[in-house]
Every structure is written in C-alpha cells, then in structure tokens.
Design a protein. Sequence first.
Length: 166
Amino acid sequence: MPSESGHRRADIVVGMSLGGLTAIRLAAVAPELVRRMVLVDVTPASIQRHQAMTQDQRGTVALASGPAVFDTFDEIVALTTAAAPHRSASSIRRGVVHNTRKRADGRWEWRYDRMRVLRDFTLLWDELALIEGPVTLVCGGATTCRGSEGARRARVRTLGAKRCAT
C-alpha cells in the first residue's frame, strides 16, 4: 500500500550489519515505510561488540580491515577460507562472487565501501525505542549477539520480548 510519501510500504524489512542499522533509522524517520523489521546479528551496540571480539570471532568481518585490492580472485577465496574455515568451499566461492568485482586493471576488490572510520551508532538506541511496529532480533549460532548487553537493551527498548525475540 502506498504511504503518504507515495512510496510502497514494505511488509517486512530485514537488515544485517550496516543494513540493520539503516533499517532502524528508516523505521524511525519513515515509519510509514516499515511495517515490521528483522535485525540479523546487529544492534546499535554492534560496533562496540565488534571491537571487543577476537580475530577468530570476527570471522569474515575481519576482512574489511584487510587488504583492499587483490591480484587474483583465488587470492580472495583463500583469504576468506582462512577467516571462515567452518564454511564450505562452495559457500565461500558464492559469497566472494557476490561481494567482489574485477577492476579495469584486472585486479579484484571488495564490492562494498570500506568504513574508514568506525561510527558511533549508539544514538540509534533512542530511535529503536520509537519504532512502532514489531522488531525481531535474530542472533546466529556463532554470534556474540546472543546474551549480549546489546540484545538485552534491544528487548528493553522495544517494549519486551513480545516485540523483540532473540
């Protein structure tokens, strides 16, 4: 159904990583566009949680602070495999295909923009509290999200476990 702004309202917005933080902001500033939201392994405290993780806990996320350009596609696959030894080779190749691009000079780079400065997203806690629709927080099996202070705050800020499940 079109909103007052003429945009269609999503049945559900799902966000992970920076996409999850963007979903919180979108739901707070344009609630007519977001009926329900699912946040995957992300809360406004994720940056601080990430900084406290070990290299092993960061997994493939640690690659964002590594080299920006690679000579070959296979070099990226090897680096990603080392960062996520629990993932299958086909899963890693598929992820690398979707997250890289070949440059004009024949070398390879990550498709996403690299955060040069870590931002403080803690102001999004106040915006999370303003969200009117249901919010579900999904914490994966190997994540540090489950049981974290951020997950606890997300439940409190969204008016209880009825609206925010971990």
